[in-house]
Design a binder for this molecule. Structure first.
Ligand code: GLA
Length: 407
C-alpha cells in the first residue's frame, strides 16, 4: 500500500522560510526588501453567510503567503511569483488587468485601488511565495491580496488602516479576478489572532476574538485535491439567488436589507413566490446564520459535541440545499462521520472542491488521515492531502532577518 500523504508534523510541510525569499530579492534587485506574511484561513462555521451580511467564525492559520517588496531604482515595476517562476513588468500608474499571468491580477487590482484612491504609488519590485495550498479553499488568494496591500502600504508609509486594506483586497478579487466574494477571507487573513477564532458580523464588521479551546481535538483539513471548474460562476449565481430572495421578501417587509434580516417564517409565508432553488438557498442561509450564534454559545459552554454536530448540519445544508458540495467533499465528510474519533466535519469555503475541516481526537489524527486517505484512493482514485493546522496572527511585517556575513 502507498503511504498516505500525511502532513501532520509542522516540519513535513515546506517550512516557512523568509530568508529564501529575502535572498531571492537581494539577488535580483541588490537591495534589502521589506518582508510581509499573510496567512490562509479556515472557517469553523458560517459558510456563504458573509455576502448575506450574516455571521462567520473563521481563524487565520499557520500557512502564509510571503511578500518581499522594495522600491525600484528606475521607473520599471515588476512582480515575480516564485511558484510560477514568472515575472510581469507593469506601470504602477496604470495597473491594467492582464490575461497572463493570471496570478498577477490579484496584485494589480490592489495597485489599481491605491492609485484610484489618490495614493502616490512609486515604482516597486515585489516577489511572492508561500505555503498556503492553492485551490484548497484556504484563501491563498485573499492572503496574497492582503499581504501585498499591507506591504505596499507599509513600504510607502501611507498608514492605511487594516480595515481599508481589507476592502482594497476584496475590491481586487471582485474586479480583477471576477469573484464577487464576501469579506470573510480578507478579513480573516488580515485580522487573525494566534490561538483564537472570532465571530465576525459581516454587516457591521464588528468582531469578537475568543481563545479556541478544542480540548483533546485537533483541526485536520482534508484536501480533496480537486477544484471543479464551475466554482467561480456557481458562486456568483448563489449570490444572485440570495439577492432574488431578498427582493421577493422586500415587497412584503420593506425594512429587509439582506437575508440577515429574514426569518424562516417570512420565507414560509411567501414560499409560493420563490422558485424551489431560491427557497432552498435562502432557507439554508437563514438557518446557517442562526447556527453560527448557537455554535458560539456551544463553545462558550465548552460543549464540543454540540458544536461538532452543528458542523455536520452545515455540511448537510451546503450539500443538499445550497448545492455547493461535490462527490469528493461528501465522500470525505461521510468517511469522517464513520470514523469514531471525529466530533464534527464539513466542507469548508466556497465549495466544489478544496478541503473539509474535521475536529479529530488528537491521539487518533494519524489513524484518521490514513483511513481517509486510503478510502479516498480506493473510491475516488485520487490522493488526498491532509494538513493539521494551528491558529496564527493575521498579516504582519516579518522582523528584519540578521544579514549573512557576506553581505
Ligand atoms: C469564499 C469567499 C468567501 C465566502 C466563502 C463561503 O471563500 O471568498 O467570501 O463567501 O467562499 O463562505
Amino acid at each position: 500500500m502507498n503511504q498516505p500523504n500525511v502532513l501532520t508534523q509542522k516540519g513535513s510541510l515546506p517550512e516557512f522560510q523568509p530568508s529564501e525569499i529575502r535572498n531571492k530579492f537581494l539577488e535580483r534587485y541588490k537591495t534589502e526588501p521589506l518582508l510581509v506574511r499573510s496567512p490562509g484561513r479556515i472557517n469553523f462555521i458560517g459558510e456563504h453567510t458573509d455576502y448575506n451580511e450574516g455571521f462567520v467564525m473563521p481563524a487565520a492559520i499557520d500557512r502564509d503567503i510571503l511578500v518581499a517588496i522594495g522600491a525600484s531604482a528606475d521607473s520599471r515595476s515588476t512582480l515575480y511569483s516564485v511558484k510560477h517562476d514568472e515575472t510581469l513588468e507593469f506601470d504602477v500608474q496604470h495597473p491594467e488587468k492582464v490575461t497572463f499571468p493570471a496570478w498577477a491580477n490579484y496584485l494589480l487590482g490592489v495597485v489599481r485601488q491605491f492609485v484610484d484612491k489618490g495614493y502616490d504609488v512609486k515604482p516597486i519590485h515585489a516577489i511572492i511565495d508561500g505555503n498556503v495550498p492553492t485551490g484548497a479553499g484556504l484563501s491563498s488568494s485573499a492572503a496574497l491580496e492582503c499581504g501585498f496591500a499591507f506591504a505596499l502600504d507599509h513600504l510607502h508609509g501611507f498608514g492605511i488602516p487594516k480595515l481599508d486594506l481589507i476592502h482594497i483586497a476584496q475590491w481586487s478579487e471582485h474586479n480583477y479576478v471576477g469573484v464577487k466574494c464576501g469579506i470573510m477571507d480578507q478579513f480573516s487573513s488580515m485580522m487573525g489572532a494566534a490561538g483564537k477564532a472570532f465571530v465576525l458580523d459581516c454587516r457591521s464588521l464588528t468582531y469578537e476574538y475568543f481563545p479556541l479551546n478544542l480540548k483533546d481535538y485537533a483541526i485536520v483539513l482534508c484536501d480533496t485535491m480537486v477544484k471543479h471548474s464551475l466554482a467561480n460562476s456557481a458562486y456568483n449565481t448563489r449570490r444572485a439567488e440570495c439577492e432574488k430572495g431578498v427582493s421577493i421578501l422586500k415587497a412584503h417587509y420593506p425594512t429587509i436589507q439582506s437575508l440577515r434580516d429574514v426569518t424562516l417564517e417570512m420565507i414560509e409565508a411567501h414560499r409560493e413566490e420563490f422558485s424551489p432553488k431560491e427557497y432552498d438557498r435562502c432557507t439554508y442561509v437563514v438557518a446557517e446564520n442562526q447556527r453560527v450564534l448557537l455554535a458560539a454559545d456551544d463553545l462558550a459552554k465548552g460543549n464540543l459535541a454540540s458544536f461538532g454536530q452543528r458542523m455536520y448540519e452545515t455540511h448537510d445544508g451546503l450539500s443538499r440545499l445550497y448545492e455547493v458540495s461535490c462527490l469528493e467533499l461528501d465522500f470525505l465528510v461521510d468517511e469522517a462521520k464513520k470514523f469514531g474519533g471525529v466530533i464534527g466535519a464539513r466542507m469548508m469555503g466556497g465549495g466544489f472542491g478544496g478541503c473539509t475541516i474535521n475536529l479529530v481526537q488528537k491521539s487518533r489524527v494519524n489513524e484518521f488521515i490514513e483511513t481517509l486517505s486510503s478510502a479516498y484512493r480506493k473510491n475516488i482514485h485520487r490522493d488526498m492531502h491532509a494538513y493539521v493546522v494551528a491558529l496564527k496572527d493575521g498579516t504582519s511585517v516579518i522582523p528584519a532577518i540578521a544579514k549573512p556575513s557576506l553581505l
